[in-house]
Design a protein around this ligand. Sequence first.
Ligand code: SF4
Length: 50
Amino acid sequence: MLQRLKMFFRKLFALEGGEFLCDRCKYNHPSTCTVRERPNVRVCADYKAK
Ligand code: SF4
């Protein structure tokens, strides 16, 4: 349990640290994503892993 919590916070801080969700998103292209903030989004309901 504690290990899972550590992993959760590690991932959370990694995202906060500069990595954008769009970099790992299947829709990261102007023809497939119309979100204006792309490609610099960190939280997105439409995110889909590549
Ligand atoms: S769907 Fe969301 S995460 Fe994916 S590219 Fe568009 S803005 Fe970025």
